[in-house]
Design a protein around this ligand. Structure first.
Ligand SMILES: Nc1ncnc2c1ncn2[C@@H]1O[C@H](COP(=O)(O)OP(=O)(O)OP(=O)(O)O)[C@@H](O)[C@H]1O
Length: 235
């Protein structure tokens, strides 16, 4: 379980997050929505411990983030916007990057090939270099890396950005299936309403650094704050 309590963050005179509260229970899937510049990435960076909040706290399974960095870093997977693969490493080493720190390379490669199969990529993909992949394949490799170590929590940062609608739909389906199968907690930042409808159980709408609405995905269409957001953004 991840709890965020009263999180505030400023950059100079600019207040970016003003008292965010959110709870994500084990196995739950939360999508964080909001217009550009509203603080979604800053919130994500705070939850990952990459940014220190000015006030408020973040608890992982009841313990403050930072108390046990090792446990925290071992416990999550992340699909970065744009996949963020290491260009100089073949696909399988990108997937097995974390695993190779604690097991022999041959074993890590076997797990990487299994995870590539899970995201619909054949074993032949394992020895390709990132430059040889299409955008959709790179996203799948990023997804295989995110699940390589069977994480308790998976963060998805704009998972469909840069993909055409068909590939975006396939990635949304894969994320949905993987989250269901593994029982992982999922936190997704997105602009894509198809992602929200496919992947989320709960939705949190950020506006000007505060929570404008939070609720079950099924209640989203009846919420005036959501209608206003969708109307403004044309989504
Ligand atoms: N390191 C930083 N220093 C100064 N200002 C920052 C920093 N990081 C973010 N900001 C500011 O915080 C605000 C929120 O940024 P953030 O990247 O979280 O927005 P976002 O909601 O993720 O937007 P987008 O959807 O476009 O990615 C922006 O005004 C941004 O300029």
């Amino acid at each position: 379980m991840i709890e965020v309590r009263g999180l505030c963050k400023e950059f100079g005179p600019k207040r970016v997050l003003s008292g965010i509260d959110l709870t994500v229970r084990q196995g739950e899937s939360l999508c964080i929505l909001g217009q550009s510049g509203t603080g979604k990435s800053v919130l994500l960076r705070c939850m990952l411990g990459l940014e220190s909040p000015d006030s408020g706290e973040i608890l992982w399974n009841g313990r403050p983030l930072g108390e046990d960095r090792g446990m925290f870093l071992g416990g999550f997977g992340m699909l970065f916007q744009g996949a963020a693969l290491f260009d100089s490493l073949p696909v399988w080493k990108n997937v097995a990057f974390k695993l190779m720190q604690r097991m022999p390379a041959a074993k890590a490669r076997g797990i990487a090939i299994d995870k590539l199969a899970r995201v619909g990529l054949s074993a032949d993909t394992a020895d390709l270099m990132p430059a040889e992949l299409s955008g959709g394949m790179a996203k799948r490799v990023g997804l295989a890396r995110a699940i390589a170590d069977d994480p308790e929590v998976i963060f998805f940062d704009e998972p469909t950005t840069g993909l055409d609608p068909i590939r975006a739909r396939r990635i949304n389906q894969l994320i949905h299936d993987i989250v269901q199968e593994t029982g992982a907690t999922a936190i997704t930042i997105t602009h894509d309403m198809e992602t929200v409808r496919k992947v989320a159980r709960r939705v949190l709408l950020l506006q000007d650094g505060a929570v404008a609405w939070s609720g079950l995905v099924g209640d989203m269409d009846a919420a005036p704050q959501m209608s206003e957001f969708l109307g403004k953004t044309g989504l």
